[in-house]
Design a protein around this ligand. Structure first.
Ligand SMILES: C[S@@+](CC[C@H](N)C(=O)[O-])C[C@H]1O[C@@H](n2cnc3c(N)ncnc32)[C@H](O)[C@@H]1O
Length: 358
């Protein structure tokens, strides 16, 4: 019989209870995003510490709402570094005040109307939430992903049939992709000499717009995505919209850009996409893909956890055999369709630039 009073057992019981209640964390995050708490605290850069009552009067100005319950959410999220908690007079429930940490600031709406908030909302919509109790089914039978089991069809086609889901997806992608692209374009100069660039799965077109701004040598930029997605995408000077299916063919180019596209598909599907890229590239042309890159070793760092969590998200929502891959797995896939040269540029902790040259 184990000694339940030993430190090891106490720790073990604590950790399993923390894990069993972990759902409180993303749902609390989703709640503060729905309430628009980050913008309420930020107030044009003031970021002054505010009590839950003060925040509540900003997010629900009609005077309704429960400040104590808001504070319970803020406390939990302070323990995950989303908010700083200030208790100037050593405690007391009404004394606690909250400001935004660097993590919390990612939820603040910027001048372009973007932030990470739509990504949080996008991940917690009803149709996606319905898939999560079915994760074990991806082990029992991976022929159908949990999202499809729960909703009767695959995620992308489901989004397209629900206009608001498609719009939220585009907004979520822009909010996450724009800051990444700023960092990526500072560190990576592989677009030099490119004249005709196709962005495969370009969504709202932000990535392409930013690449063209930085590299005026690119004379022609093509946003290639599903026609239904492009129908909602804004017109951007210098960018042509071409609707199509990357599994059939991709417009000719001397470089192809692709961000967060390969990850959601199976190995066989990736080979088809990469083969179509290879066929459409001129000799010496490049496929520049930005994808999450899984580390070889498992540990408890933020990076490894964020990438492993994203991997389970892909398995649950997009394809039971779609996944985050290691550098070596990408190298093998690329060689198998004929790309002789491959380089990885580590410009970000989550996504890596993978350059495949024909
Ligand atoms: C995860 S989003 C990435 C969007 C954008 N590249 C970014 O990172 O901000 C994947 C994109 O692939 C597009 N897509 C899905 N299936 C496609 C297909 N068969 N052909 C072309 N694009 C497709 C989706 O519409 C979506 O815009």
């Amino acid at each position: 019989m184990e000694d339940e009073s030993s430190e090891n057992r106490k720790q073990a019981r604590l950790v399993i209870l923390e894990l069993a209640n972990m759902i409180s964390v993303p749902m609390a995050l989703n709640a503060v995003v729905r309430l628009n708490v980050a913008d309420a605290i930020w107030q044009g850069g003031a970021n002054n510490p505010l009590s839950a009552i003060e925040i509540l009067t900003r997010v629900l100005p009609d005077g309704n709402g429960d400040a104590e319950n808001l504070q319970r959410l803020l406390r939990l999220l302070a323990s995950y570094s989303v908010f700083n908690e200030h208790s100037p007079s050593g405690g007391g429930e009404r004394e606690r005040k909250y400001s935004l940490t660097d993590v919390g600031k990612t939820l603040v709406t910027d001048k372009e109307g973007l932030s990470f908030a739509p990504f949080v909302l996008q991940h917690h919509q009803d149709a996606l939430m319905k898939a999560w109790p079915l994760v074990h089914e991806a082990v029992v039978d991976p022929s159908k992903e949990p999202f499809e089991r729960a909703n009767g069809e695959p995620a992308y086609s489901y989004y397209l049939k629900q206009g608001n889901m498609n719009e939220l997806m585009v907004k979520a992608m822009s909010g996450v992709s724009v800051p990444f692209m700023r960092a990526m374009l500072q560190a990576y100069d592989g677009f030099r000499g490119v004249q005709r660039l196709v962005d495969v799965g370009g969504s709202g077109g932000d990535c392409l717009r930013m690449i063209l701004q930085k590299h005026p040598n690119i004379k022609e930029g093509i946003n290639f995505d599903l026609p239904e997605v492009l129908a909602k995408a804004p017109q951007i000077p210098g960018v042509t919209h071409v609707g199509g299916d990357m599994f059939k063919s991709i417009p000719q180019a001397d470089a192809i850009f692709m961000k967060w596209v390969l990850t959601t598909w199976t190995d066989d599907e990736i080979k088809t996409i990469m083969q179509n890229c290879y066929n459409s590239l001129s000799e010496g042309g490049k496929l520049i893909a930005c994808e999450p890159l899984l580390p070889e070793n498992s540990d408890n760092s933020h990076r490894t956890r964020a990438l492993l969590e994203g991997d389970i998200f892909v398995m649950t929502i997009y394809r039971a055999k779609g996944k985050h891959r290691t550098e070596e797995q990408f190298r093998k896939l690329a060689f198998s369709v004929g790309f002789p040269s491959f380089r990885a540029f580590h410009v970000d902790h989550f996504s890596t630039v993978l350059e495949f040259q024909k």
